[in-house]
Design a protein around this ligand. Sequence first.
Ligand code: UFG
Length: 339
Amino acid sequence: MSILVTGGLGYIGSHTVVELINHNFEVVIVDDLSNSEKFILNNIEEITGKRPIFYPFDLKRKELLSQVFEAHIISGCIHFAASKAVGESMIKPLDYYENNLFSLINVLQEFRKRDISNFIFSSSCTVYGQADKMPIDENTPLKEAESSYGKTKQMGEDILKDFSRAYQKRVSLLRYFNPIGAHPTALLGELPSGIPNNLVPYVTQTAAGIREKLSIWGDDYPTEDGTAVRDYIYVVDLAKAHVAALKKLINSEEQKVLDIYNLGTGKGSSVLEVVKAFELANNIKVPYQICPRREGDITVAYANADKAEKELGWKSETSLEEALRTTWEWQKYLKEKSQ
Ligand code: UFG
């Protein structure tokens, strides 16, 4: 059974490809390498002993996409491919709408034309905005997203709800909290381009001496230590949830399914707690300074992930410390590789 994985060489995509191969799925990757590197394909092969089929192109190129569907019997898709930098999306909103929405619609049109079902969408807890109460479950009302990136995720979800309803398709919307960590082999991980925006890559690069100091954006939040709280979920655990969600769709007897799952640990950690956990896990200091709040940041977000546990038999298994240890191993691998 071939599963199309768009963005399959990216951070979460590559980890998911490994889990799919481990579960005997044939994988066809389409990735335009805009935010990923070709060597990841070799590393997937090194980990799994199998080299997935790979097409390097932009999903906005409909004719090339059609050829992939001609060449393979595709029975489902996990759609990761998207631009994801929150700050950049505020400066270039049209590029974000064009890239994230056209890519999605082009794949869905192929599904519709060829009568294929089983579609998994990479969504985000950003669709909730600043929720009124914690933890956030799937029934929490969606508020206006804080960024154009977030809006593309909300719109993507809406498109998929219509797609499922009108064409009787099985769809799963996976709302990730904050993915962190790297593969235990240290052969896959996050590759931030330029200066990292996200906390864990910044912490890691600071520990490695690439950045001088971490800036902690605000210590005056109404939280225990004053720094903002997020739900950091280990990327391999997250990848496994995709396989569970896909299997549920494939095994469903219903023609039309619309699943929505929060994927998080259920536990909030503050920025300072992450820094301390990193230091403890890796026995290394992370110099930091307290700075004013970052615009657009929310105070606290953590998941109630009970639904995924109940319906998918999935739950987060890896501790924050363990996840942060893998990140450091990945950083060391990248350093060796660049020498
Ligand atoms: N932070 C710092 N210093 C940094 C980077 C981050 O203090 O150098 C803080 C942020 O202020 C925030 C926390 O660390 O409080 C987490 O920040 P990230 O940028 O790592 O993650 P966000 O929660 O802001 O964003 C993530 C994803 C987005 C997604 C969003 C949904 O990166 O794609 O969650 O809330 F939209």
